[in-house]
Design a protein around this ligand. Structure first.
Ligand SMILES: [Zn+2]
Length: 100
C-alpha cells in the first residue's frame, strides 16, 4: 500500500484512563492505534494493553486487524474502515474503550 503523508491525519487521544495519550492515524481506508508507548513497549503495562486488546479481538473473529511495530518503536494495531466510518468511533466499538 502506498501512503502519501497528506492523506494521513494524526490525533493524540486518551484511551480509557491510560496515563499516556496514544497516537491515532487515520487513512482513507484504515485507522491505526498506537497501543504501546514508544520506547516503553516492553514494560508490563504496555504488554498488558496489548494482551487486553488481543483478548477482545479474539472474541471478534470478523474484525480484520494487523499488528505492526512502526518506526516509532511502538506496537500498533490497524483496522480497515470504510471512508464514511468515523475512525474514532470504530476504535471505541471494536476495542470497547473510551477515547477522548
Ligand atoms: Zn510501557
Amino acid at each position: 500500500m502506498h501512503e502519501t503523508i497528506e492523506r494521513v491525519s494524526e490525533y493524540y487521544k486518551r484511551v480509557n484512563h491510560w496515563q499516556n495519550r496514544r497516537s491515532i492515524r487515520v487513512l482513507p481506508d484504515q485507522v491505526r492505534l498506537q497501543v504501546t508507548v514508544p520506547s516503553c513497549s516492553h514494560c508490563v503495562t504496555c504488554q498488558r494493553r496489548v494482551r487486553e486488546f488481543q483478548e477482545i479481538l479474539a472474541q471478534k473473529p470478523d474484525v480484520i486487524c494487523q499488528w505492526r511495530t512502526l518506526n516509532d518503536g511502538a506496537y500498533w494495531v490497524f483496522f480497515n474502515r470504510k471512508e464514511d466510518q468515523d475512525p474514532i468511533q470504530l476504535l471505541r466499538d471494536i476495542l470497547e474503550v473510551s477515547i477522548t
